[in-house]
Design a protein around this ligand. Structure first.
Ligand code: G3P
Ligand code: MG
Length: 389
């Protein structure tokens, strides 16, 4: 179908276009690959699916695996060769936290989140289930409790989880990283609440103190809803965050000390643009001199210099790309993220498809109106290529 809105400011240019694709609700629904996705990537790749015609990046609020594992999954889904350095997951920006973190870190979320965290270089890791297994009485309604050793005796109310060495101030847990949506919210909510209310010391329950502010929870993804296999949107990590924030507020009367890292926040877009720049070099669409200049001026990491950048006639900061077509299904994440990036002077064109969270006959999203609204990702790619000519 034809795009329902003109792509403003993305006219023909000597600079190549680039593409940023969301995954859930755009390329797949659960594990079901959309036919339009396969068609779109037949258009976008050449050399029998080995090489993208233009820089392509996948920017998802999904995760729970390494970027390499997701690239392999995308390759098999789309029938083209997707490389690790084309993928930004919800928790990819967590790598930036490494230098600043000290002491044990609680890692939450389903899937191989501990392996992913170790792969990133995080150490002294434990999970909510480690805590529940060490002292099942911490989560009395936990269905896995029956399989654990009898509740270990407590001396003077001290929680035996000190066996993990985390029941004391000097080894308290000041950082919680939610890498992925937890599957059993109850244990995660109970244990993370314990950590917050105890100021990082499991077994110390002091809601009246403001020790909870010493603990910071990082959520990799703020999505209240996302498009899975089920026809209606599903609760995402943003829903888990809302539950935890409510519990901590109810218990302590204070707001949870937290930060969201996923779309629509800037960090994943800055990482994506770095990957697009690197690909433009690899594809010979940018000469080394220009690349170095762009690295200084316009590629990510210099967004704070946005104001200092040269701007073209459209007021767009001089980017290596004529346009960055961002295709998504969730207005609050994908469209908001692209519009925020454009407000930072990046040449994003926000393209909304009807195969995910946004569906039905509405002309556009009211809160975060896209530049283009099309039926599916193949229509989006056709519209973009038509303007890039
Ligand atoms: O858990 C994944 C979901 O929150 C959204 O994924 O690919 O649509 O950003 P995606
Ligand atoms: Mg999506």
């Amino acid at each position: 179908s034809q795009p329902r809105a003109y792509i403003a400011g993305a006219g023909a240019s000597d600079r190549p276009p680039a593409f940023v694709f969301d995954i859930d609700g755009v390329l797949v629904r659960g594990n079901r690959v959309l036919d339009s996705a396969k068609r779109a990537f037949e258009r976008l790749y050449k050399d029998g699916g080995q090489t993208p015609r233009y820089p392509v990046c996948f920017l998802t609020n999904g995760g729970g695996v390494t970027e390499e594992q997701k690239a392999d999954e995308l390759s098999s889904w789309l029938g083209v060769h997707v490389k690790e350095n084309q993928v930004v997951l919800s928790h990819t920006p967590f790598k930036r936290l490494l230098p600043s973190l000290k002491g044990p870190v609680l890692v939450a979320g389903m899937g191989n989140v501990v392996e992913v965290a170790q792969h990133y270089g995080f150490k002294q890791l434990l999970t909510p289930l480690d805590v529940a297994r060490a002292d099942p009485s911490i989560a009395p309604f936990w269905k896995g409790r029956a399989g654990c050793a009898a509740d270990s005796a407590k001396e003077g109310g001290q929680c035996p989880v000190k066996d993990l060495g985390y029941g004391s101030e000097e080894k308290s847990i000041k950082t919680v990283l939610v890498f992925k949506d937890p599957s059993d919210w109850y244990v995660d909510l109970q244990v993370i609440t314990d950590i917050c209310v105890g100021g990082g010391v499991i077994g110390k329950w002091k809601p009246e103190a403001d020790a909870d502010q010493a603990v910071k929870v990082y959520f990799s993804n703020p999505d209240l809803l996302f498009a899975g296999e089920y026809p209606a949107p599903r609760l995402g990590q943003g829903a888990f965050a809302a539950a935890l924030r409510t519990l901590v507020r109810e218990v302590t009367g204070r707001e949870l000390n937290h930060e969201f890292m996923g779309k629509p926040n800037a960090a994943p877009y800055e990482l994506a643009e770095q990957l697009l720049c690197d690909q433009a070099m690899e594809l010979g669409l940018m000469d080394p001199q220009q690349y170095n200049a762009e690295q200084e001026e316009t590629c990510p990491g210099t967004t704070e210099q946005a104001g200092a950048r040269e701007h073209d006639s459209l007021g767009q900061s001089l980017s290596p790309f004529s346009a960055i077509y961002a295709v998504g299904d969730n207005p609050k994440a994908d469209i908001a993220g692209a519009l925020n990036a454009r407000a930072r002077g990046r040449p994003y064109v926000a393209m909304l498809v009807r195969t995910g969270v946004f569906s039905g006959e509405r002309a556009n999203d009211e809160e975060f109106p896209a530049d283009v609204v099309v039926d599916d990702v193949d229509a989006a790619v056709q519209a973009a290529l038509h303007r890039a000519r």
